[in-house]
Structure formats: structure tokens, C-alpha cells
Design a protein. Sequence first.
Length: 116
Amino acid sequence: VQLQASGGGLVQAGGSLRLSCAASGRASGYYYMGWFRQPPGKEREFVASITWNGGRAHYADSVKGRFTISRDNAKNTVDLQMNSLKPEDTAVYYCAQGTNTMYDYWGQGTQVTVSS
């Protein structure tokens, strides 16, 4: 499975960005697609996840109400719409594919920088 993330960039606080993750396929038993981020000098953290069929979604408390994860089955992508961005959202964002307990397949990361 190969994952390709895109859509990062520089945006002012309060602005929006949309990240997209293209997946080459789904590994057997891996039903979740997730977005994670690693802020400068910090550990990687969970942002949001969605099931492969685009059903149930989960969000970190820090992004609830601002970020929306969605699945496009036709394009085989998972998107992360990020609104009302804050400087603390600055991070390298990674998409990943996993089970309900672990994520084993990772994309290369895309930089999101939010200026104040």
C-alpha cells in the first residue's frame, strides 16, 4: 500500500486548507484511514480517522468542529478539510492506513504552516 499526501502550505490564522491522501489500495484487514500530525519539537499525534467505506469518523478534541475528514471512494482518496486554522495547527501532516489498534502504512507527510 502506498499513500501520497498533498495539499499542505502556508495560510494565515483563520484560514482554510484541504489535504488529500491518495491510496494505492487497502491492505487485508486494514479498514481505517487516518490523519496524524507532528508539530515542531513534539511527538506525532492523532488528528482524525474514518473507515474505508467512508462511514464512522473520529476526531481529536483539538480539531473537533474545525476539521472534517471524508472519503472519496471513486477517487480512492481521504481528504481533510481544515477550517479556522490556528498557529498551533502548524505541523507535518501524515495520512496512514490501519486497523482499529494500529497504523502500519504511512504517507510521506505534508507541511502545514499557520501564521498568526
